[in-house]
Design a protein around this ligand. Structure first.
Ligand SMILES: [Zn+2]
Length: 304
């Protein structure tokens, strides 16, 4: 009995296709999965993805029901468990490393590092239990906070949500699932031009003024120093920084007029952007690091 248009039931388990994650959104996986899906733990490597419906035409009702039964009863099929990883990643040295698995908006992590507050870096109230990320990200945040503290004593980097300890879906976010994304509160000044430490997100317009009437002003200097610090950080592997178009332009215009910042403008410009299909990020930075070099087999650079 051929089913025709089965839901893409198997697909979400097949994050490790050869293609980019976008291809996994509406596809049914996969050649190897077709053969071994019944016994496959979550995340079993697959070699190929078929467009939605192709796999369905090849499955009988009997095999579909068998898959449902096997997968619903499988305790090993839990994201974040070693059994969900390819064999290579279950043994040393990978079994001792922090792993970023899957896409930013469909992934998880293992052995994440927790951001520890210090005198120059704090966690925004409400984000304490969501402050776990890949060490590359956490250490980059710490280094940049130290840079700002050195450049402008008294500066405190306020970090919002990163990821849950094991990653996976995080309330209020599409991404933030694989430990490579962090939200960061903007540096701001008060009405008299004095530095303030914001412990919440404040929207700023193109004129640099807070939209909430609080009188806060977007601190061009420190916010530029921050993105410059991220961009210059050779160890982290920065992927991009989300910010609204008006604030992006504001920072670029500001830095272009400062002799000591001008040379970094092209590089920063390339990494600062407003996301196409998400909130504009006019009240915080969203910074993402790239997949760790040695984890390309399990880590997916782009959101699906
Ligand atoms: Zn974010």
């Amino acid at each position: 009995m051929w089913l025709g248009t089965l839901p893409t039931f198997a697909c979400w388990r097949c994050w490790q296709g050869n293609g980019p994650c976008q291809e996994l959104k509406r596809v049914a996986c996969a050649r190897s999965a077709r053969i071994s899906l019944i016994n496959a733990p979550w995340g079993t490597p697959v070699n190929e993805c078929y467009p939605s419906g192709v796999l369905a035409k090849r499955l009988s009702l009997l095999s579909f029901l068998a898959i449902v039964a096997a997968q619903s009863g499988s305790s090993a099929a839990v994201p974040g468990s070693p059994a969900a990883l390819p064999v290579k990643f279950r043994s040393a040295p990978y079994s001792m490393m922090s792993l970023s698995v899957g896409c930013p908006n469909s992934g998880w992590q293992q052995r994440a590092k927790r951001l520890k507050p210090s005198r120059y870096i704090k966690i925004k109230p409400g984000s304490q239990e969501k402050s776990y990320g890949h060490p590359a990200l956490i250490l980059m945040l710490e280094r940049s906070a130290k840079d700002l503290q050195r450049a402008v004593p008294g500066s405190v980097l306020m970090v919002g949500d990163i990821s849950d300890a094991n990653g996976g879906p995080l309330a209020g976010h599409h991404s933030h699932q694989s430990g490579r994304d962090a939200d960061v509160v903007f540096y701001a000044l008060d009405e008299s031009g004095k530095s303030v430490i914001l412990d919440h997100y404040v929207k700023f317009g193109a004129n640099g003024k807070a939209a909430d009437g609080s009188g806060y002003v977007f601190d061009d200097w420190r916010n530029w120093l921050l993105v410059q610090s991220w961009v210059r950080d050779q160890r982290a592997g920065l992927s991009h920084i989300f910010i609204s178009r008006p604030l992006r332009q504001r920072l670029i215009t500001y830095a272009s007029k400062q002799p000591s910042f001008q040379k970094y403008v092209p590089e920063v410009s390339a990494l600062l952007k407003q996301p196409e299909d998400a909130e504009p990020h006019d009240d915080h930075f969203h910074v993402r690091v790239a997949c760790p070099k040695d984890q390309s087999e399990v880590c997916r650079e782009q959101s699906r």
